[in-house]
Design a protein around this ligand. Structure first.
Ligand SMILES: Nc1ncnc2c1ncn2[C@@H]1O[C@H](COP(=O)(O)OP(=O)(O)OP(=O)(O)O)[C@@H](O)[C@H]1O
Ligand SMILES: [Mg+2]
Length: 285
């Protein structure tokens, strides 16, 4: 069964897009290594109107995530398109040196900005729209990774209702940790109502700098409070942002020394490699 991982936080700027792109790349590299001839496929779905993930995935030789001739995800979500969603699928240019097994659905910033209110006006039908849209294509994929807008709206609700797993990036500073409390309450509500199968895969401390005593202390408190839920941290490193601005995932920017082991590389790729291995293991449990 396809595992659908939603990268969610009600707080903005915690690294949802960065984590979703790098995890999609990592999963596609792991699947390529497992079966180089016919690797399993990964789909990245960008629900944020800023379309930042899509602009990385579509970067090389494409039009920066803007509308493709076949239409876009916003059109389909708003019941505006007769094009089957399978015709929208585009193969991503990243990860470089991968098996070409990472796909995405094109976005359109202007149209995506309208989707939330259209879904909200549709009431209950608007909550299950993403599930309906993905239904005909999800069997093509082993993993679907969803990047979300930085708020709880109809788009992120759709994502949490469709997902099998949710991963919560956070920073180790007070406003972000306060946001995490609200985010976890939201997940519990969804688990009790619309999606009983949704598993909280983990809380991911991102942009950590353990030279700062505040970060160290917050990480310890978090591990104590949320027990097995806190994942190994991703450190704050300029390479992470630099890779994104170059339109690359971290494994393309700093390739691992061994294709068999994503953690065999620079410090930044190592963090994401360790994360990908744990995420994979937890999704397959
Ligand atoms: N581990 C990291 N080290 C350094 N910079 C990072 C790291 N993770 C994310 N960033 C940077 O932090 C900024 C915010 O990250 P990102 O856009 O991924 O967050 P987001 O949660 O998707 O934001 P939004 O809520 O606006 O969608 C970006 O400039 C990104 O490059
Ligand atoms: Mg984002």
């Amino acid at each position: 069964m396809t595992k659908i991982l939603s990268i969610f936080s009600q707080k903005g700027g915690v690294g949802k897009t960065t984590v979703s792109v790098n995890l999609s790349a990592a999963l596609s590299l792991i699947l390529t290594h497992k079966n180089p001839e016919k690797p399993g496929r990964v789909l990245h779905v960008d629900l944020d109107e800023q379309a930042q993930s899509v602009s990385v995935l579509a970067k090389i030789g494409k039009e920066n995530g803007e509308e493709k001739p076949n239409g876009n995800l916003a059109d389909v979500l708003m019941w505006n398109s007769y094009t089957p969603v399978s015709m929208l699928i585009q193969q991503s240019s990243i990860p470089l040196h991968g098996g070409g097994n990472l796909d995405y659905l094109p976005s359109n910033r202007k149209m995506m900005a309208r989707v939330n209110s259209v879904l909200e006006n549709a009431g209950i039908d608007g909550l299950h729209r993403l599930s309906e849209v993905l239904e005909p294509i999800k069997h093509f994929y082993e993993f679907i990774v969803i990047d979300n807008p930085p708020s709880l709206n109809y788009l992120s609700l759709n994502s949490l209702i469709t997902a099998t797993h949710v991963l919560l990036p956070t920073q180790l500073e007070t406003p972000a940790v306060d946001g995490l409390v609200n985010t976890i309450q939201t997940i519990r509500r969804i688990q009790n109502t619309h999606n009983r199968k949704l598993k909280l895969l983990g809380i991911l401390p991102n942009m950590c700098d353990f030279r700062m005593s505040g970060h160290k202390r917050m990480y310890e408190i978090m591990k104590e409070h949320y027990k097995g839920l806190v994942l190994p941290p991703i450190n704050r490193r300029s390479e992470v942002t630099y890779a994104t601005t170059k339109g690359l995932d971290i494994f393309s920017f700093r390739p691992p020394r061994s294709k068999a082991d994503l953690t065999s590389s620079s410090l930044a790729s190592k963090d994401f490699g360790i994360l990908a291995n744990i995420v994979l293991k937890r999704m397959l449990e």
